[in-house]
Design a binder for this molecule. Structure first.
Ligand SMILES: [Fe+2]
Length: 369
């Protein structure tokens, strides 16, 4: 068989390892990218202290599902200051913004030029250090960023060979105080990354090994992290998110993420809840096509069959307060056709092993209406 595996990110993982941040910085023109909430909670101050210097600029205005306008605003600041190092402190939205800004410093134009394909990044001179503060996105080890074009309301992924960070500094301690709802949603995002990477047509032995372990850790720790938030479960989820990110960095995601885009853009559902809403239904459809492969995952999890796995997923999602029906977020029968079209317009929908076209997706949405 043929296989490619490429992951050019130095990973530093462990409780308290944020103390090593200062040693990763080699430049003189440093920019911190983060968001309002993390600034208020003191995370940005902690990072500044660990960098051990005071001569840098900050951009702490990244919103959930970052807009092209926000990326361009941060990029202007970075260009004006001739930034040579960017430290991204936050969740997926912050890290995705930082990836684009790091590239825009060395490439002209606006992020929309790259999102619509009229330009391509050709270099990156800025060192990028990602410090995740949630356990879900995996963005610290992928070369994908997702951006929202407010004028069209479309949320689109952008892949670039220049989006890999130089360092992923994953300190589980930074997730210890995550609110329950964020723990639930980001944990389910990681689960979707792992499950989709595992079943993706583009999967391969290394990504499968990473994905299967990530699913195992999430099934073991997500509910506990939500209920108790103890150190062991937080650390387990941070590792799971990292492994799931590594897995889907090789394979990309599939129909669950394709479905998530309109659910988030139009109905405002948090990303992880949007990715997992149809997981049990898609799992059953995929089992008909790749049953043997899914049986390996089922046995690894200590379960007997596909129904047990589906029930476990359902129980986990209910236990952590994830919406289980489209109607819970205001979707009605008349909205389904639009949702189907919008979901299938995403190219990643085609990476799903079972063919899910208009008819099949309509059926899935009717089941979970
Ligand atoms: Fe995701």
């Amino acid at each position: 068989m043929d296989m490619n595996f490429f992951l050019p990110v130095k990973v530093i993982f462990g409780n308290g390892r944020i103390r090593e941040l200062g040693s990763l910085i080699s430049g003189d023109r440093i920019m911190i990218i983060s968001d309002h909430a993390l600034l208020e909670l003191g995370f940005v101050s902690e990072v500044k202290e660990k960098i051990g210097r005071t001569d840098f600029i900050e951009f702490c205005e990244v919103e959930p599902n970052p807009s092209c306008e926000t990326v361009d605003k941060a990029a202007k600041l970075a260009r004006d200051y001739s930034v040579d190092t960017i430290v991204a402190v936050g969740g997926g939205s912050v890290m995705d913004t930082a990836k684009a800004v790091a590239c825009l410093v060395s490439n002209n134009g606006q992020i929309k030029d790259y999102l619509n394909g009229s330009k391509t990044f050709t270099s990156r001179k800025v060192r990028l250090i990602c410090v995740p503060t949630t356990s879900g996105t995996g963005s610290e080890v992928t070369n994908v960023g997702v951006y929202t074009d407010k004028s069209s309301g479309v949320k689109k992924p952008l892949v670039s060979e220049f989006f890999w960070s130089d360092f992923a500094l994953v300190d589980p301690r930074l997730t210890f105080s995550l609110p329950k709802s964020v723990t639930a949603s980001t944990g389910l995002d990681a689960l979707a990354h792992a499950v989709e990477s595992y079943w993706a047509k583009s999967s391969q032995p290394v990504s499968e090994a990473l994905a299967i372990r990530a699913v195992n850790l999430i099934m073991k720790y997500l509910q506990r992290a939500y209920t108790d938030g103890d150190e062991e479960s937080r650390e387990g989820l941070s590792m799971a998110s990292l492994l799931a990110g590594m897995a889907f960095s090789q394979t990309r995601t599939t129909i669950l993420h394709a479905i998530s885009f309109p659910l988030t853009n139009i109905y405002g559902l948090p990303h992880g809840f949007a990715c997992s809403l149809a997981m049990p239904e898609v799992l059953k459809l995929n089992y008909k096509v790749i049953g043997n492969k899914l049986d390996i995952l089922i046995r690894y999890l200590g379960l007997k069959n596909i129904d047990e796995l589906s029930n476990e997923l359902e129980a986990l999602m209910r236990a952590i307060g994830a919406p289980r029906k489209l109607s819970e977020i205001g979707i009605r029968e008349k909205d389904i056709d639009g949702l189907v079209e919008s979901s299938l317009s995403s190219p990643i929908a085609k990476l799903n092993p079972a063919k899910i076209g208009r008819e099949e997706l309509r059926e899935i949405f009717e089941t979970i209406l």
